[in-house]
Design a protein around this ligand. Structure first.
Ligand code: ZN
Length: 393
């Protein structure tokens, strides 16, 4: 053995220059492979892995009323990341009853839920980039809502590249007589992420809306802010700041509007979880409060839809654009850390398969909605329907 080493060392000494060159080349090659692997993992993580439904699959939906929905309700929670997963058992009873083990309605319809807490935001993990990708089915370089000022640009009305229509537009092109509702606490989704179409009723809710309600200038059918505050006080021992009231109004307007008009798709954007993340970072106490409030609002929606007998033929979706950094890393989002990029996606309905779907990326929201409604997705979309999300695969 000793002789063997001696032979190797003398061989290296005899060819010193060549050995050094080989070592450097090998080192450079290893570095290149590692760098390319990291880049590949970073880039390809954003690629959808699901499928494009065939014409036969769409025809099967369109020919069978048992597979059709009368309405879609989308609960958009800004900045929630995967925090729903980290809530204590029993802390989100309303999320659990809608997106838990599934349930049977009073009419005997089985409603299943498909939930993932390992979904992927698009990069960068900024609200404008992600909500636009969710509505338009493509990654940011394609829809064009990019750059450091993307949130301001979107709020100012900058629209996605029209080669990539939103699922709202795809739906309305196929159903021009239908109506869509979008009630937002963060107006940028209404102003930029959804096209201006006559069939879309856009409601932006902010501090002015609260003043209008408190002054009696805006009367909502059933909004009772005092009761809402009392409900929170009961849960936590104290009432929350204004943002929660705005989210409560955003939800109440969905409840009121859908009662009096037939909206096939109703979307809402809730902001208080994102506010908590910006103020306190990805901190359990901040998130527990904010996510609990959203859970109360989910409960109000569930109760309203149940009272109307709508649970049987509604498709429920809960989605979020991104998560938040820990306080010690500087609160906020936009980067590629695990807590910023990992998102929850939950869907419940009679055609949903109970369990956990395959890989979900935020670009998949658009094709998921169009597939559930039996519509063909534009070929330009990059999002796919995650495997295992719907029955009959
Ligand atoms: Zn956001």
């Amino acid at each position: 053995m000793k002789d063997c080493f001696a032979k190797i060392i003398s061989a290296i000494q005899a060819h010193k220059g060549r050995t050094v060159a080989i070592a450097i080349t090998a080192f450079v090659l290893v570095c290149a492979v590692v760098a390319l692997s990291c880049l590949g993992a970073f880039v390809f993580n954003r690629f959808s892995e699901g499928y494009v439904p065939t014409d036969a699959e769409l025809a099967a939906i369109n020919s069978d009323p048992a597979k059709q929905y009368k309405r879609v309700l989308i609960i958009g929670v800004d900045g929630m990341g995967d925090y729903m997963k980290r809530m204590d058992d029993g802390a989100t009873p309303n999320f659990d009853r809608l997106f838990g083990d599934g349930f049977t309605t009073a009419n005997g319809t089985r409603i299943n839920a498909s939930v993932t807490h390992t979904g992927m935001a698009v990069y960068p993990t900024i609200s404008a980039q992600n909500w636009t990708s969710m509505f338009h089915g493509v990654r940011p370089p394609y829809h064009g809502i990019t750059g450091a000022n993307s949130n301001t640009d979107l709020d100012a009305g900058k629209q996605a590249n029209e080669k990539y229509p939103s699922f709202i537009k795809v739906f309305l092109d196929a159903n021009p007589d239908a109506k869509v509702l979008s009630s937002c606490t963060w107006s940028a989704v209404n102003n930029g992420a959804i096209e201006d179409l006559p069939q879309v009723r856009k409601l932006n809710n902010n501090c002015n809306t609260l003043h209008e309600i408190l002054n009696g200038e805006l009367v909502l059918g059933d909004v009772d802010l005092v009761q809402y505050i009392a409900q929170q006080t009961k849960v936590e021992g104290f009432a929350d700041e204004t943002y929660s009231l705005t989210d409560a109004v955003t939800v109440q307007r969905v409840i009121d509007e859908t009662e009096t008009a037939d909206y096939k798709i109703a979307y809402m954007h809730l902001n208080q979880v994102d506010s908590a993340g910006h103020s306190y970072g990805n901190n359990k106490h901040a998130y527990i409060r904010a996510v609990s409030h959203v859970d109360l609002l989910i409960g109000k929606l569930y109760d309203a839809y149940e009272a109307r007998g709508w649970l049987d033929d509604t498709l429920f979706i809960l989605c979020t654009d991104h998560g938040h950094r820990y306080l010690q890393d500087g609160p906020g989002h936009g980067g590629n850390s695990k807590v910023e990029r990992t998102v929850t996606f939950a869907i419940a309905g009679k055609t949903v398969k109970q369990g956990t779907p395959g890989k979900y990326v935020n670009t998949d929201l658009a094709p998921i909605v169009t597939y559930a409604l039996g519509l063909k997705a534009p070929e330009t979309w990059q999002g796919r329907v995650p495997y295992g999300m719907f029955l009959g695969e």
